[in-house]
Design a binder for this molecule. Structure first.
Ligand code: FMN
Length: 361
């Protein structure tokens, strides 16, 4: 299923080593001014070029709008956008159909799609597919910004290194702090340690995972479509579509299981003419609906599977044990590249729920 969303829908297309990757977005009303430089800035955030800690694949990721905009204003029809794949090297992937990489999608994809499965560069399972998610989310965040909603994702941890910051820090200051570091973490000391840890893992032919934390401020009370399309369900659905995401939690998340009700419940208060809570263990969601408190989610990203070390595999033709040594170009840690993806995906889901709840016209 390459399509996601209900009132605001995205269909992603392309593959890692095909001619392009992109997205078609349906549901953007006519007359919306689409900030193209802002979309490009979001694409640049996930782009590997110019980063010390990313794959050496050199893709410019220049945004091309194919249809749906007239002079930067939506015409009410589907918006189709793509970026070209220009730096394609197929050779390192030629044997992966027979000898799957541990931890990547090669094995189930080969069984599901047969010998013609496109596994080059990861095919449709590549992180490159998230280009479409970023474009769609960047358009959505324009819609949210017009209603005073701001969304930010930052890195909470990489491997064993954990960042800290005050829970109530304004998003603008977190954004400024995070922008100074390739890992996009707002704790400068931790960010330096994270970057050193990624460098060390790369030198050792290994990789690291980590946790991305996402916050959305300024949301109205009552977004979400219970029963099945609760805010958590929709966000988790979208987050788990991002390759390498292995865990999602909201608010106190798994820690809630070890708390008592008296500790976990967020007391209500009347503050500045509205209802607030004095803590936010709920992560801004009760009953699948937004509470008007900051929405807080954390997403666990696994360590990159394609590492430069010999690994045990099976030759699917002979059924013999063998060793696979992954070549090609890979991120030693996916987290710094996934931060912007998860931020934009969040905006997309919230805008879709906004249309569904009648909050966005
Ligand atoms: C932005 C981004 C970049 C990625 N880069 C790589 C990479 O360089 N090498 C790799 O093996 N996997 C990379 N991945 C992850 C794989 O696409 C993913 O692990 C694989 O498709 C298997 O899916 P799963 O991990 O969700 O089970 C990346 C993912 C994202 C979101």
């Amino acid at each position: 299923m390459m399509r996601f969303g209900e009132r605001l829908r995205m269909t992603v297309f392309g593959s890692s080593h095909g001619p392009e990757v992109g997205v078609e977005i349906e549901g953007v009303p006519a007359g919306v001014i689409v900030d193209l430089p802002a979309i490009q800035r979001q694409l640049d955030r996930r782009r590997p070029v110019g980063r010390r800690l990313a794959t050496r694949r050199h893709e410019e990721d220049r945004l091309e709008i194919d249809r749906g905009l007239v002079d930067g204003i939506s015409d009410g029809g589907p918006i189709r956008a793509h970026v070209a794949n220009t730096d394609v090297r197929r050779a390192p992937y030629e044997r992966l159909g027979d000898v799957p990489r541990p931890g990547h999608a090669d094995y189930p994809a080969r069984i599901r799609y047969g010998p013609t499965a496109d596994l080059s560069g990861g095919g449709i399972f590549s992180g490159r597919m998230t280009v479409g998610l970023v474009i769609a989310g960047a358009i959505a965040r324009g819609l949210l910004a017009g209603r005073g909603v701001d969304v930010l994702a930052v890195t909470r941890s990489i491997g064993p290194v954990e960042a800290t910051w005050p829970a109530e820090a304004p998003l603008a200051s977190l954004r400024d702090l995070a922008a100074g570091h390739e890992v996009e973490s707002p704790d400068p000391a931790a960010a330096a340690l994270m970057e050193a840890a990624i460098e060390a893992a790369r030198r050792e032919g290994d990789s690291l995972g980590g946790i991305v934390e996402i916050r959305a401020d300024g949301l109205p009370v009552g977004l979400g479509e219970p029963f099945f399309d609760s805010v958590e369900s929709e966000l988790a659905h979208a987050y788990f579509s991002v390759p390498a995401v292995k865990g999602v939690e909201f608010g106190a998340g798994f820690a809630a299981a070890r708390m008592r009700g008296s500790e976990h419940n967020d007391p209500f208060v009347w503050l500045d003419g509205r209802v607030r809570t004095t803590s936010n263990h709920a992560g801004g969601i009760l009953g699948g609906l937004t509470t008007g408190m900051p929405l807080v989610a954390r997403v666990a990203v696994k360590p990159t599977s394609s590492i430069a070390r010999p690994q045990q595999s099976v030759d699917l033709a002979t059924h013999r044990a063998c060793t696979v040594t992954v070549t090609g170009r890979h991120d030693p840690c996916i987290v710094p590249r996934a931060v912007g993806v998860l931020e934009n995906v969040t905006a997309f889901v919230l805008a879709d729920l906004g249309f569904r709840g009648g909050w966005l016209p």
